[in-house]
Design a protein around this ligand. Structure first.
Ligand SMILES: C[S@@+](CC[C@H](N)C(=O)[O-])C[C@H]1O[C@@H](n2cnc3c(N)ncnc32)[C@H](O)[C@@H]1O
Length: 270
């Protein structure tokens, strides 16, 4: 299917699989249609343990936000926030620091509808519709700038989203635009799919399933490529590791990446 033939994501189409609803299916949620389940099952045929790394990614979110709140961060921008799940960013942040401000950003209208209903119930939490590929628009969005003061430290979360940007959409430049807007002492929190040693034919199956979504693909990157997104930041312990192993108390180690999964890290803007 070519990009022109695919439904754009802003049309709510239950017959076209959708990445947020597929992810909800992996997480055991209930916001998905038959087309989402069929595409997700195709992924599960190739990578049966995909739900484990989706759940681990959510735990990484919770640990990372708790860690940053303990360091005094009170402003969070969660880009590609997805359908509301358990332990959403504002719940974790505001449990640790009741005055924490959170802006959720997603381009998917289904996500937006659910998020506005379930997440934005207090004055410190805002949901906006915007596309990561237009970072300047995100940074200048009036509802975001009403909530977030970029002269003070901010944590930008990019969890399980950058692998939907192919190289020709220049994800490194997108991250750099976001990072360069941040004051020293701010943070980038990022997780990204890697393919481990999964055989090419199984990788093609997974990419074929995501090829039917509006995103058009999922692009696994190597640890070195994912690490390069942290240019001009200082990684906090334990560095870039599988999300299930991210624990600031743990000693650094070099994991063997045989299985596919998500690598995550926290980089401090210096
Ligand atoms: C797999 S979900 C991840 C949800 C959450 N960040 C997490 O890690 O649990 C990816 C989300 O990114 C959103 N997304 C994908 N590409 C995007 C883009 N270019 N701009 C904004 N949101 C995007 C999708 O709509 C989806 O909600």
């Amino acid at each position: 299917m070519t990009a022109d033939e695919r439904h754009p994501e802003w049309i709510v189409d239950p017959h076209t699989p959708n990445i947020a609803r597929m992810y909800d299916y992996y997480l055991g949620g209930k916001d998905h249609f038959a087309a989402d389940r069929a595409a997700a099952e195709r992924v599960l045929q190739a990578i049966p343990y995909a739900p484990e790394f989706a759940r681990s990614n959510r735990r990484f979110l919770s640990r990372a936000v708790t860690h940053l709140a303990a360091l005094g961060i009170r402003q969070f921008v969660d880009i590609g926030s997805g359908l509301p799940s358990q332990e959403n960013t504002h719940e974790v942040a505001q449990r640790a620091a009741p005055d924490a401000r959170v802006v959720y950003v997603d381009r998917d209208p289904v996500v937006l509808a659910h998020a506005r209903a379930l997440l934005a119930r207090d004055d410190n939490t805002t949901v906006i519709q915007a596309d990561l590929r237009e970072p300047d628009r995100i940074l200048g969005h009036p509802e975001l700038t009403a909530q977030i003061d970029f002269s003070r430290p901010v944590a930008i979360l990019l969890l399980a989203i950058l692998h939907f940007l192919p190289d020709d959409e220049n994800p490194a430049a997108v991250v750099e635009t976001l990072r360069s807007h941040l004051a020293p002492g701010s943070f980038l929190v990022l997780s990204h799919v890697h393919a481990g040693e999964v055989p090419d034919d199984l990788q093609r199956e997974v990419r074929g399933a995501y090829g039917k979504t509006a995103a058009g693909d999922i692009i696994p990157r190597t640890p070195a490529e994912i690490g390069a997104f942290f240019t001009r930041t200082k990684l906090h312990q334990p560095g870039l590791v599988p999300v299930e192993s991210w624990n600031p108390e743990a000693a650094p180690y070099v994991p063997r990446l045989t299985k596919a999964g998500l690598l995550g890290a926290i980089g401090e803007v210096v």
